[in-house]
Design a protein around this ligand. Structure first.
Ligand SMILES: Cc1cc2nc3c(=O)[nH]c(=O)nc-3n(C[C@H](O)[C@H](O)[C@H](O)COP(=O)(O)OP(=O)(O)OC[C@H]3O[C@@H](n4cnc5c(N)ncnc54)[C@H](O)[C@@H]3O)c2cc1C
Length: 291
């Protein structure tokens, strides 16, 4: 399959990309790793007249720690995150999730920013950034702004980014002491996309109770969401198997689950509850082992 013809622009800066987006608006698409956009263009599900390649813009890739946050450039590949010593030391769940994305080719080309901006309903990163309380930096014609992960994913392939904005950074708070996080998923057997994916981030208090729990769920609805019922049920409770099992029963509450070839609504709701329990158990175990 060949995509419809388009004009290719390779830009050298975010400002140049924003200028072209402002000029061509709905006729333009940014190109990062190309592992979602190019297949969509080949299937003619996307037919941009202008493709703006940001792949070589300096400063958009890389991982650093700054002001209590891990700052991940939008162009950082899944593999760079999976293999980063800094990530493994400061927020290992990011490496855990990255290693579960697609296959080595996808992980070597696909970028975290591309995945978040694309907002595929079965993508892994959305659940993880929701659970970790990430902030997303974007630059548009009016300058830079910061968006919270909570509220970023609006609908199927739809985010809070404007059509003329470039996502530049993902900022993840370095978890406090006595914290643990985990990402688990039921992968599609062919693509490895999440049929259901659950990220849990837990912080315990001095007595070993659950001070805070954040849970992000992907794969089941039109966009990734926080499992608010689970979070509320766990806050202040003993972080034990019974409390986790009871809270996990609320994991699918309020999610508009899409039945599809991968499963019925009931099956996906069941998977969501099971994977939430597993993610929480693992996160709590890690929090107990953390200083
Ligand atoms: C075979 C296969 C298996 C896969 N399996 C998985 C999986 O298991 N889990 C998973 O999560 N993903 C999976 N993916 C998707 C993969 O992770 C993609 O790489 C990712 O979703 C998109 O990143 P990209 O850099 O390739 O973006 P691109 O394809 O270049 O762009 C995707 C979209 O985002 C926009 N965009 C890109 N960068 C920016 C930016 N900085 N600011 C604003 N908009 C931007 C583009 O305009 C485009 O609309 C799979 C893909 C393939 C082909």
């Amino acid at each position: 399959m060949y995509p419809a013809s388009f004009e290719y622009h390779r830009v050298a800066s975010v400002e140049e990309a924003v200028g072209l987006l402002t000029r061509y608006r709905d006729d333009a698409k940014l190109l990062a790793g190309g592992h979602s956009l190019v297949p969509m263009m080949k299937l003619r599900l996307a037919q941009p007249k202008h493709v703006i390649d940001i792949g070589r813009v300096p400063g958009l890739a890389g991982i650093r720690e700054e002001g209590g946050q891990l700052v991940i450039g939008a162009l950082t590949t899944h593999y760079a995150i999976e293999s980063s010593a800094l990530v493994r030391q400061r927020c290992p769940v990011l490496a855990e999730a990255a290693a579960m994305i697609g296959d080595p080719q996808v992980r070597n080309y696909g970028t975290m920013g591309g995945s978040l901006a694309h907002a595929d309903p079965a993508a892994d990163w959305p659940a993880v950034v929701l659970a970790l309380g990430a902030e997303l930096r974007a630059t548009g014609p009016k300058g830079a702004r910061t968006l919270k992960a909570k509220g970023f994913f609006r609908d199927l392939f739809t985010t809070a980014l404007g059509p003329d904005e470039v996502l530049t950074e993902i900022r993840i708070p370095v978890p406090p002491a006595r914290s643990g996080a985990a990402y688990v998923k039921h992968p599609h057997p062919a693509s490895r996309f999440a049929v259901v994916g659950v990220a849990a981030a837990v912080t315990l208090d001095g007595a070993g109770n659950c001070r805070e729990a954040h849970v992000g769920v992907t794969g089941v609805g039109s966009n990734a969401v926080r499992a608010k019922g689970v979070e509320a049920a766990l806050a202040g409770k003993a972080a034990d198997a019974a409390a986790i099992a009871a809270a996990s029963q609320k994991a699918a509450d309020g999610i508009a689950i899409n039945a599809d070839l991968q499963g019925s609504e009931e099956y996906k709701a069941h998977l969501t509850r099971v994977y939430t329990r597993r993610a929480l158990e693992r996160a709590v175990e890690r929090a107990k082992g953390a200083r």
